[in-house]
Design a protein around this ligand. Sequence first.
Ligand SMILES: Nc1ncnc2c1ncn2[C@@H]1O[C@H](COP(=O)(O)OP(=O)(O)OP(=O)(O)O)[C@@H](O)[C@H]1O
Ligand SMILES: N[C@@H](CCO)C(=O)O
Length: 325
Amino acid sequence: MINGQVLVRVPASTANLGPGFDTLGMALSLYAWIEMEATKDGETVIELYGDGLNGIPTNKTNLIYKVAQMVFEEAGVNIPELRIAMYSDIPLTRGLGSSASAIVGALVAANALAGSPLSEDKLFQMASELEGHPDNVGASLFGGIVVSAWDGTRAEKVRIAPHENLEVLVAIPSFQLSTEKARHALPDKLDMKDAVFNVASSSLLVAAFASGNLELISFAMRDKLHQPYRAPLVPGMSEILEQATSRGALGVALSGAGPTLLTLVDRRSARKAELEAFLLNTLKQHGIEAQTMWLAPALDGPELTTFEAGKTVPFMERIKGEVKA
Ligand SMILES: Nc1ncnc2c1ncn2[C@@H]1O[C@H](COP(=O)(O)OP(=O)(O)OP(=O)(O)O)[C@@H](O)[C@H]1O
Ligand SMILES: N[C@@H](CCO)C(=O)O
């Protein structure tokens, strides 16, 4: 174990990007910070900062604590008690990968604390298994656009560098929608035509991202596999999916399991204000309060800093100036 503190900044992520259900992910310029150190008095302390983590447990049932213990066990190191501090700008349970950011942050911090015995690939395998699908965790771990496949045993991925003019506008409803609930809305069986539609769309979308062909995004970013079934859970979503590209978006999708709606935008577009107003007004007409955020694809995964033991700068001082809120 290293004798000091580690601080990890992890990006949020959007999953699916429309047709790439459980497969496509993109890291976003919205972050969570986790600080970790082994305690000497055998006590575990979990400190949560800001209002964004309300309701998250501060005992040993905390996801970050549990994931860290898994790393120590996997690495075969003595399992220490921990001081964990966390602050997050990523809203919980809104489809922006909060659980994936917590899992990835805990894996990277605990691995660093143990002297980095586990490879990045091993962390990706553990993260995919913990989250149940690799799209959010892949994006948070590798940054950029990540195309991933998981067969239940092994996850593989290819990272694509996002086009420099790609910008992201999200509309985040004020209500929460858990991934579990949004997955329960999905059917057990699909029509062959819909499956073919999604294979075509997702393949074309990946090719469009890889070749930097922004014009193809609106055609390719369409889905018949999960969004139609999830639309009743997000009032206004169908209208936004149908109309956002005629209001200035390059493409539009439900972000992850929702309820956030995500649009891709050419950063040179003159129609940004029109698009933002359209998203907010449409949700409002359906009785949904929402907040918009202009984001960029995050190019990098976790950013790790280590501090020597004994230098006790307060956690919020360390990350001050970086937080969005
Ligand atoms: N920092 C954290 N510490 C502990 N638990 C967390 C943390 N962040 C998220 N979680 C857990 O993850 C849950 C949210 O996960 P969920 O998969 O439903 O949504 P999401 O990850 O925000 O969105 P999506 O997966 O659709 O992108 C929270 O309700 C909480 O239980
Ligand atoms: N691919 C996942 C992302 C949410 O965790 C889903 O849509 O259910």
